[in-house]
Design a protein around this ligand. Structure first.
Ligand code: ZN
Length: 160
């Protein structure tokens, strides 16, 4: 047998404040930004990029896993902002023939488009894919414009 007991504060009485030390215990700790346990390795760079003003009309996707350290460094030196253009507007011809593929071979579905600003000198795209069914996530980098000047220390990242 269970008893359900409810009680009300008497009229006119303020709820009893919870002493500070208990309040700290019951308040969940502030959400700490989740950090990736391992730095991302599977970067794809859209090399031979053709396009202007943020619209990409052609590219050759290249897996740049051996530049992962350099790319992670470049990303940590960059400020991120979300693109005002959607991925569909940026790569209107995105398809199996002009696509970004996960390491498992599936065509990636891009979820987030970031514009990264490296040391206020150079802007590039970082496309983040949805979590693929294989458990991986695609990260792809691209220039915003084929005529953009790439800083010399970043040239090998973006070249094919
Ligand atoms: Zn996959």
């Amino acid at each position: 047998m269970e008893y359900y007991v409810t009680f009300k504060y008497p009229e006119g009485m303020e709820p009893i404040p919870i002493p500070e030390q208990f309040r700290q215990q019951i308040t969940p700790p502030e959400v700490v930004e989740k950090k990736e346990e391992k730095p991302e390795q599977n970067f794809i760079v859209l090399t031979e990029m053709k396009g202007n003003d943020g619209i990409i009309t052609d590219f050759i996707p290249s897996l740049k896993d051996k530049y992962a350290d350099k790319i992670n460094q470049m990303l940590s030196d960059s400020e991120f902002s979300e693109s005002t253009m959607s991925f569909e507007e940026i790569i209107p011809n995105y398809s199996e023939s002009l696509g970004i593929y996960c390491v498992c071979g599936d065509l990636a579905k891009i979820e987030i488009v970031n514009i990264c600003n490296w040391k206020n000198q150079f802007k590039f795209y970082l496309f983040e894919g949805e979590s693929c069914k294989c458990g991986e996530k695609v990260y792809a980098l691209s220039l915003l414009d084929e005529s953009i000047e790439i800083p010399s220390e970043l040239k090998e990242i973006f070249s094919s």
